[in-house]
Design a protein around this ligand. Structure first.
Ligand code: RFL
Ligand code: PHB
Length: 393
């Protein structure tokens, strides 16, 4: 078996793994990024769209924000739509002038992949980590199955940035790890359509039929979501049914119809919350979806992943440069405090906006929360601050 050596092995080339690799490489820390999928696959995967103020700044400070600054859409508010009426939450006005940036996750991924390949540092596609070993010794290692066969890589630290279904979180022994989990009784059907958005700002909508979200990617691309039952499949949703339902849920007197166009991507995502504690085991450090999942209603997943990386980068730098373990030792507890805040906000947004078809008491509470969010400046301010910059508070 081929043998390699590096300082940090990074499992997964999502936003978390790619940003960590880039930041470490800029500081001269050797690392190898391993990704089980192809470059084409990860660059096409349509996911998040909203980047928090402080996380956009992190990307820019890392030298990875040039195209995001040029093409990203800067938004100063969002709409909450219920009872067929829209209410604007003036995010920036309520959150110290800070805006959000609407820029697709796959664009962030493309920008980071390009930087990595330009730097010449190793990023191996179609290379799946199959085993993680020696985490409580000074010499951990991973086994990789790639296009050229099996490789064994020894290192000083392993960064598990491989998502919920990766190998990293499974490498923490069962008697050490605790997993908190909640599954919601609905999923999101998401589409990307070649249609000019009929809205300038994102619209989060609660309708008796279910949730809807109007988002966008560019002046010619709309990104829309519908809350659906968890057992529903894409073949039950023809294009016509999708547009009809979006129109039913989102229509107001001012916006009776939304612009339609060819659907170029579609998918159904289950809604879950997961927290894995601790985020460190010996020489393994988890970051991003490998350690936590939030339902997408708060737009927090990618932001949370990149905020972990900001912390992890400083911790690894202090350890590998100055032999100072303090930040590594506090990494898990520092991150988890922020993670639970994001879980709280995502739960709040999710519960407020998805009507419950079985429980009218719950629906009454949801409506009261929505009215509070638009009528109380204090409630709106909490929502705005959490939405715009939770990960830097
Ligand atoms: P990723 O992006 O899942 O990357 C993990 C990578 O690891 C690879 N991998 C392995 N590689 C090698 N060996 C193995 N054994 C491996 N096992 C797995 C995988 O192939 C993959 O490439 O995790 P990361 O980097 O932690 O990033 C997290 C984000 O992707 C995720 O939180 C967000 O997409 C969530 N999310 C949103 N986040 C936001 O901040 N704002 C949003 O507006 C937002 N909207 C969303 C979302 C997620 C959604 N879906 C589809 C789940 C909207 C949706 C619909
Ligand atoms: C998106 O644009 O894909 C998006 C926006 C806001 C969310 C989730 C997804 O809360």
């Amino acid at each position: 078996m081929k043998e390699l050596r590096t300082q940090v092995v990074i499992i997964g080339a999502g936003p978390a793994g790619l940003l960590l690799g880039h930041l470490l490489q800029r500081e001269g820390i050797d690392n190898i990024v391993l990704e089980r999928r192809s470059r084409e696959y990860i660059e096409k995967r349509v996911r998040a769209g909203v980047i928090e103020y402080g996380i956009a700044k992190l990307i820019e400070d890392a030298g990875a924000g040039e195209r995001m600054k040029r093409e990203g859409l800067v938004h100063h508010g969002v709409e909450l739509r219920f009872d067929h009426t829209s209410h604007r939450i003036p995010l920036s006005e309520l959150a110290d002038g800070k805006p959000i940036t609407v820029y697709g996750q796959q664009e962030v991924v493309k920008d980071l992949v390009a930087l990595r390949l330009d730097s010449g540092a190793p990023l191996l596609f179609e290379s799946e980590v199959t085993a993680v070993e020696g985490l409580t010794t000074d010499g951990p290692c991973v086994e990789v199955e790639g296009v050229d066969g099996k490789v064994r890589i020894s290192c000083e630290f392993v960064a598990g940035c491989d998502g919920t279904f990766g190998v990293a979180n499974k490498a923490i022994p069962k008697d050490v790890v605790r997993r908190y989990e909640r599954t919601y009784p609905f999923s999101w059907l998401g589409i990307l359509a070649e249609a000019a958005p009929a809205t300038e700002e994102l619209i989060y909508c609660r309708h008796e039929n279910g949730f809807a979200l109007y988002s966008l990617r560019s002046p010619t691309l709309s990104r829309l979501y519908l809350g659906v039952r968890p057992e529903e499949t894409l073949d039950q949703w023809s294009d016509e049914r999708i547009w009809d339902e979006l129109n039913t849920r989102l229509a107001t007197d001012e916006m009776p119809e939304i612009n339609q166009g060819p659907i170029i991507e579609r998918g159904i995502t289950a809604m879950r919350s997961i927290v894995v504690e601790p985020m460190r085991f010996g020489r393994l450090l988890l970051a991003g979806d490998a350690a936590h999942i939030v339902p997408p209603t708060g737009a927090k997943g990618m932001n949370l992943a990149l905020a972990d990386v900001r912390e992890l980068f400083h911790a690894l730098l202090a350890q590998l440069r100055s032999n100072d373990p303090r930040l590594i030792d506090t990494y898990s507890s520092t991150c988890l405090e922020r993670v639970w805040r994001a879980e709280e906000f995502s739960t709040y947004m999710t519960q407020m906006l998805h009507p419950n078809h079985e429980d009218d008491f719950e629906n009454g509470v949801q409506m009261a929360r929505l009215r509070q969010a638009i009528n109380s400046r204090e409630a709106a301010t909490v929502l705005a601050r959490n939405y715009v910059d939770l990960n830097s508070l």
